[in-house]
Design a binder for this molecule. Structure first.
Ligand code: HEM
Length: 505
């Protein structure tokens, strides 16, 4: 046999061996039993998925494939849980089986240790415990924060009044308000809504989000982390990641250094002081603080990013709702007027007096479901859900967008209908009512959002106080309000709108 022929035969035999090996391996993989669209070898379904519209694509697939489905990205299977029952089984019944997070290379480069994207570990558990404690100490229900929010709202109202007849971009207003409240909660001081510090917070946050956006071309580095070392191929991505890391580190560390210098245990100012105290008191076996500055920066970045990105989208959606539905605006204002004098300040405890408002808040959260697949989960051991075997390290997405828009549960799911959450007597339906149970927008179980009540209280105070004082009207063209058309960019993003405020009294 000639040498060339021999080489060809060896190559063919090797190829046949590899094909058989992967074929037999795939037959053994329990995930093959899970239904889903067929894709191409190696690429999987990547060519048919549109990252900006993936919430609708997964919605349509959920209608077709049912409670559990599978897609493949570059040959890597991702399991998607579409029903409330399957999500709750994974998030609660199976304990921590599904509570891991897949490694996200770019995120770990920018914010190396943090609560949101770290896999389950003792360190993640400690950071989450501290985060939750700080939210409790300085969060909603605490007089300090309520005062801060009231001050911020007064500042916001002054800001709106100063603009006079000028329309205001809803995004600008929401970011200003949210940054102010977050800054006060973290650092303990009072800030005006266009304070320089708030601008800086917004800038740092935007840089981090842009550098780590899972729906940008850089996502290939998360899917195939070995590419990260080929710097020359991804110069732009590396540049973005380096400058986001530098901006976040410099900004947050300077706040930490300042706070350490002026720290006074008898006069705690906010979450940062709370963490500094932890750093002093919680010492490991090696004599070093359990919470080092890298972790502390991670915690503060989580406050900033998780708090700002979600709340600003909520407020943008609220303006769209009020402008699209002037009757809703009138109903909410009539309810406020029936309970409060025009000059009275509305506080958190007043929520129960405003069932229409509460019903609208529930409907708003349901309609938007701005974190449509929660944050990616990962099985930390071989486990099962809905009768399917799931091997360790499988990425699992919880399709809370489908749960919240399931037409079998919600009549006209893509319309904003707050009344669905009220009973015949105009009271809020009970917590265990199926409609309320079918909202998983804050997650559930070990990874449930620790900022839920903070977010809700802030949105409530904003909405109630603004509507008490102003009529809102659109300036220029009113963008469409259809969550199916919102672009997916980390979260679902409602369009910004120009708002004109007119004093009611
Ligand atoms: C309307 C506002 C908000 C919504 C809809 C929301 C929703 C969510 C969702 C769906 C998750 C993922 C749950 C999972 O993967 O199982 C999450 C996680 C998280 N949220 Fe929120 N969130 C909001 C506001 C906030 C705020 C204001 C903060 C703090 C300032 C916050 C802090 C966090 C953190 C730290 C996590 C990660 C928890 C972990 O992985 O252990 N969120 N949020």
């Amino acid at each position: 046999m000639e040498r060339k022929e021999l080489v060809t035969q060896v190559l063919l035999a090797a190829a046949a061996f590899l094909v058989s090996y992967f074929f037999i391996k795939s037959l053994k993989n329990p995930l093959r039993k899970i239904p889903g669209p067929s894709g191409y070898p190696l690429l999987g379904n990547i060519l048919s998925l549109n990252p900006k519209n993936i919430h609708n694509q997964f919605y349509e697939m959920a209608r077709k494939y049912g409670a559990v489905m599978k897609v493949k990205i570059f040959g890597k299977p991702i399991v998607v849980l579409n029903s409330r029952e399957a999500c709750l089984e994974a998030l609660i019944k199976t304990g921590t089986d599904f509570q891991g997070r897949p490694p996200l290379k770019r995120n770990n480069m920018v914010v190396p240790t943090n609560v949101v994207f770290s896999n389950l570990s003792d360190e993640q558990a400690m950071l989450r415990r501290l985060f939750t404690k700080a939210m409790k100490a300085y969060g909603p229900g605490v007089a300090h924060l309520e005062n801060v929010m009231q001050d911020t709202i007064r500042g916001l109202v002054d800001g709106i009044d100063q603009k006079g007849d000028q329309a205001i971009e809803s995004t600008e207003l929401s970011i200003g308000y949210v940054c102010c409240v977050l800054a006060s909660m973290m650092f303990g001081e009072k800030y005006s809504y266009d304070d320089e510090l708030c601008h800086q917070m917004n800038q740092v946050n935007s840089q981090v989000i842009e550098a780590t956006d899972p729906f940008s071309s850089g996502a290939v580095l998360d899917a195939m982390p070995f590419l990260y070392d080929f710097k020359f191929l991804f110069r732009d991505q590396h540049k973005k990641l380096d400058s986001a890391n530098e901006a976040a580190t410099t900004f947050i560390q300077s706040r930490i250094d300042d706070a350490k210098q002026s720290f006074d245990a008898n006069h705690m100012r906010g979450c940062l002081d709370f963490f500094i105290e932890m750093q002093k008191n919680e010492i490991g076996a090696d004599g070093k603080p359990l919470l080092d500055d890298v972790m502390l920066r991670g915690l503060l970045m989580n406050f900033l990013t998780a708090g700002l990105e979600t709340s600003r989208r909520s407020l943008a959606q609220i303006f769209l709702d009020l402008l699209h539905d002037p009757t809703l605006q009138k109903i909410l204002q009539a309810e406020i007027d029936s309970q409060f004098e025009p000059t009275q300040t509305i506080a958190l405890k007043d929520k129960v007096k405003l069932p229409q408002m509460e019903a609208y808040m529930l409907e708003h959260l349901r309609f938007l479901t701005q974190v449509p697949f929660m944050i990616p989960h990962m099985a930390v051991r071989d486990t099962e859900v809905a009768g399917y075997k799931i091997p360790a390290d499988t990425v699992v997405l919880m399709n809370s967008y489908h749960v919240a828009h399931n037409p079998d549960v919600f009549d006209e799911p893509f319309k904003v209908k707050p009344d669905r959450f009220l009973n015949g007597s105009g009271e809020l339906i009970d917590r265990d009512h199926p409609l309320r149970q079918n909202f998983l927008g804050f997650g559930a179980g070990r990874r449930q959002c620790p900022g839920e009540s903070f977010a809700k209280s802030r949105i409530f105070l904003f909405l109630a106080n603004i509507l008490q004082k102003y009529d809102v009207k659109v300036e220029g063209e009113l963008p469409e309000r259809d969550v199916r058309k919102y672009p997916m960019s980390i979260l679902l993003t409602p369009p910004s709108v120009k708002v004109r405020f007119t004093r009611r009294q």
